[in-house]
Design a protein around this ligand. Sequence first.
Ligand code: GAL
Length: 678
Amino acid sequence: MTSPPRPTLADVTRGRILYGGDYNPEQWPESVRREDVALMREAGVNLATVGVFSWARLEPRPGERDFGWLDRVLDLLHAGGIGVCLATPTASPPPWMGARHPETLPRDETGAVVWYGSRNHFCASSPVYRDHALRITADLADRYGDHPALRLWHVNNEYGTACWCDVTAAHFRRWLRDRYGSLDALNDAWGTAFWSQRYGDWEEIIPPRRAQYMVNPTQELDFRRFTSDALLECFTAERDALVERTPRIPVTTNFMPLFVGQNGWTWAEREDVVSVDLYPDPADPERDDGAAWGALVQDLTRSQARGPWLLMEQAAGPVNWRGVNHPRPEGLTRLWSLQAVARGADGICFFQWRQSRQGSEKFHSGMVSHAGPRGRTFRQVRQLGADLERLGALTGSPVTARAAVLHDWNAWWATLSAGRPSNLLTYERPLRAWHRALWESHLTCDFAHPESGLEDYALIAVPHLYLLTDAALDNLASYVRGGGTLVCGFFTGVVDTDDRVREGGVDARLREVLGIGTVHEWWPLDEGKVQPLASCGDDIAEGAVGTLWREDFETLPGTETVAAYRGGELGGRPAITRHPFGDGTAWYLSTLPDPAALRALLSRAAGEAGLRPPLPGLPTGVEAVRRGGRLFLLNHRREPATVPLPAPATDELTGRRHEHTITLGRHGAAVLREAPPA
Ligand code: GAL
């Protein structure tokens, strides 16, 4: 028997962009709630996320239930026409759980208890925690499954707590038995011949706890895999309890942006709706932490969702967890929200609706700030609501990207162990630099798993995948052989799935695709040091410098050296190469070029693969993305920008028609419906 199809985000949006935020009415007297609903209506809010951290209120003592207040909240929201995203409260167990069942509390690498008094203090392996979490989840579903306000389930919140306790150790051993089958296989995979680490009994195996010196890197890698899986088991158990009781309500859990602790590809497959929390730093919207960071997270989330997704949390003003917390300049929340819609979001929500007056987050902004409904924040929140109301026709529409950046958590995790050629080479550094270069070149890209189908993409960018499986290597080779363009960054394909170094420095299959021979040595660069490059052939790398990394490698006959190292130990050796392979082309970047050079190289490779920006002549700092037959223009600069238009177009936000150009104000945005060609 086949199970009925699962509901999707379209069942929640029903043709309107979702708009709202976390709503924590239990922090307020009941009298405030009527004003809340009136203000939500005024702002165009249509979704409130309720109950994220309400466990202690819902279950004041073990087994007791207090649902009355939540009944009233849901009824009130429903009466106001506001849908509810109802959370399971399992991210924050009540104090009674930690006090009565200390084994539910996580322990860190040193064995120290991580106490209650904050949040996210649970051991994902604890049967006691899991049992209590499932009971409250089931009771919520039984009570509210038929409530007319219920639109979406929100399980837990930002899963990410790791634990090193004894219960976890036993669970880790079960996970390892499933993975390896025998101790011999585990000893082989972990390379335990090194430093006398051989295990003779499963019971000897522990999580990678604090040790005297560097810990076995494959043990660490497996522990990261295991921790993601253990948390996913918690999510899946709650999801199943919800699906069984409310088959027509979709289920999500909110991701942290580009978060290391969850294998986001695997997790997203288990969700009906993929959602993410995103908090770029408004201090400098033109730096990585601003719009470029937002674009990266949005592209990744859309790719995980394989379609529209939900921005579950952002801030309407300052956060309170950076060293210095800056408010958002006028227009920035609107701009960044429209950026998310342009990149596939069908819902824009905030943490949180009303700014708290007590607790750790009282200086974190809310949609209704301490300044109240007459404050600047709420005025902007109202305006954004009106803007989003006009874009309902976009819901469900895809964003088409013909380039993809490959990303894999296993490769990321494998880079986190100590003892590598350079600590400066983090997984994120090349990833962010490359994505940013594509973003600045106006080339919309997806993210993709290295083993997934790539043939629909004209360009595949691999900033840095230290670990590549055999399947991924074969996949890349057949992609290029079939006519694709691959641009591959350094220190990629170096180890197999067990973190075992492949012969020849880089896997032989990848070297054949790239047209490179033996990689003799890595020559990493110190922070702030640069390596001049010299163009060979044309001037693409003229004046360019490499940063972070260099390699001494051979090229094979037929491989073009695009740029060479100029001066220093590697002077005259190849730095950037290009190689025809099968019907396609493979580029190799053995260093991280400066931003302008990286942009030029990626634009060149993309241009050769037939990719163009959506509009010619886009000014720097203006982002252009097509979605659902609309052209989004987003001005990330502090000054106005004028964009030439190839054809007259109407801005859906203002209804105004623009003939030859459109001028966007500081942080301005337009959503253009282009006139069909005459
Ligand atoms: C998120 C979290 C919210 C709130 C917010 C503050 O990570 O899910 O509950 O704490 O950060 O920025």
